[in-house]
Design a protein around this ligand. Sequence first.
Ligand code: SF4
Length: 632
Amino acid sequence: MTRSPLRVLLAQLPVPNNPALNTPLAAGYLKAYAEAHGLGERVVIDILPRAIADDAGDAALAAEIVERAPDLLGLSLYTWNSERSLEVARRVRLRLPTMIVVVGGPEVQADNPWVLAHPAVSVAVIGEGEQIFAELLVWAETALPGIPFDRFKRAMCGEGQLPLRDLAVVPSPYLAGHLELPPDGMLMVEISRWCPYTCSFCLYGRNMGPRLGSRYFSLERVLAEVAWGRERGVRRIHFVEANLNLLPIFWPLMRALAELNADRQISFYAELRGEHLSAAAVAALDAANVRVVEVGLQTANPAALRATSRRTDLAKWAAGTRRLYAAGIEVFLDVILGLPEDDVAGVAATLTFIAGESLGPYDIFMLQGLPGTAVRREAAQRGMTFQDRPPYYVLGTDRLPYAELRRLRRELKLGAGIDPDAVEGVPGPRADALSGKRRATDDERYIRHLRIEGEFVAERSSFVDSLATHVDVILPAERLAQAAPLLAGWVAANPSTLFDVYLEVADEPPGADALRGWRAGLPYTPGYLDRAAVYAADQPAPAHVRVSPRLWLVLPWVVQVEPDDYAGVAGVIWRYELEAGQVPPLGAWRTAGGAGVALSFADGWDDVGRAAALANAEAWATEQGRRIFAVS
Ligand code: SF4
């Protein structure tokens, strides 16, 4: 018995603080490959539109999938979306019990039991997905009806399967029209699936082997995708590629891009191998308008390099990287803390190397024990502990206990001019959250902003299925207790949504303990962002720190409050009205402390003066690590 056509829905959920990057490239490949292999007539494959995938809260997302009622839901799982995707799938399956859930992506590995054993998962695909997914569709087409779902539960496939020998068999999902244009005009273009290195903390190099073979797309194909984006006004292209300058098509590609992109409409982002950057290679990158590059580093400690099987010729790498700086190309230079065999002296040696070679700035990352990597397999032997769920941050090594890692992270972030209290991947508060004039924009399909006034509890509870992934809630501080059941309902239905709750204080602010108690009374299921925040805690257990809801006290400037009294529970925002012509009192704001200033302008300002005062205030805020919120 067959059901025809089989309905398939593919979805990829975004990085929480950067949904614009969420191009579902893998879904596009799966669809393009399946259709090129004759399945297009028998199977309807849809990719969840970005307007839904990138912005819908958990409840809205589940409702959208249920409405589409696919026979098979395919999910691309990455560290930043795996828990959320699987929880949403679990909820959908409660309403569509015969739906098959197929998961793939870097999170699906034989050593990642929480994914493989998740109740939402029917089939877990390990490794490259195109071939196995096409086979699965044939199987699902005939096997689905009449066979109890549990027969397929937690089947695992793909492990040991050989990767595609020749990428030419995968048509371009852009040219085939399967992918939408990204909202911010940034295109992801994959060039190869290969890295000859085998750094023990990285999944990418694993099993790719030293030989490239035909695991790269042709020059014509890459240029056709670039041209496709150019014709549609794309401004940025991110090459999905680990070592652009090692590819055999590097030189012809750079020459062709210099010609195709002579007006520099597009700026390119690429990952490069620093040791192989001759003056000519850097000139070619510059001519093509490659403006931002990543060259790695991670460590300059020889013991850590050896322990991670990372082959870096430091002197050659530094010389190549300096050429990039000289050409005015922006360089992302990363340092990883917590690597095997690294210690305080080793980290100091890395920083000394960066300074001595006149490199930098750099960013600090914490080691992740990613599924499928050697560093994860060697954890016990090296005395390393990692979080058991994403982002799998290191919680201690035999040379750097948690307290030391945390101290180093803070010190190095401060040294690099990075806010050590900012949690990686967490969206910042919106600058217009307090604006009375804020209006929903055309792309706001889901509710991002709620101002609660008057009687509200009953009617607002129905918003639960319409909330976005990041919601501002503004309410009078005295209504806090009354709002608790409402917020509890929203949070329970949308555990991944980041709620920013702004409490507008008329005169007397609530105490820190009252706020702490109120927040603790709301439902809480630790997720990705909470684990990303772990280093805010002075102990490694329980390996997560609650991020949402974030509380903000919005206070009249004249109220006497010490922001430090609210540390860890609420940020203080001062409401300040600038008189016409008044210079922003930056010194007084600095002394008052707090998270930022909600700035309004009294009558009498002209547009030019107002813009200048605002720019002055914003420059101060950036320098101070605070925020200016627009009030009107
Ligand atoms: S870290 Fe970079 S060089 Fe090392 S294996 Fe991964 S992709 Fe290759």
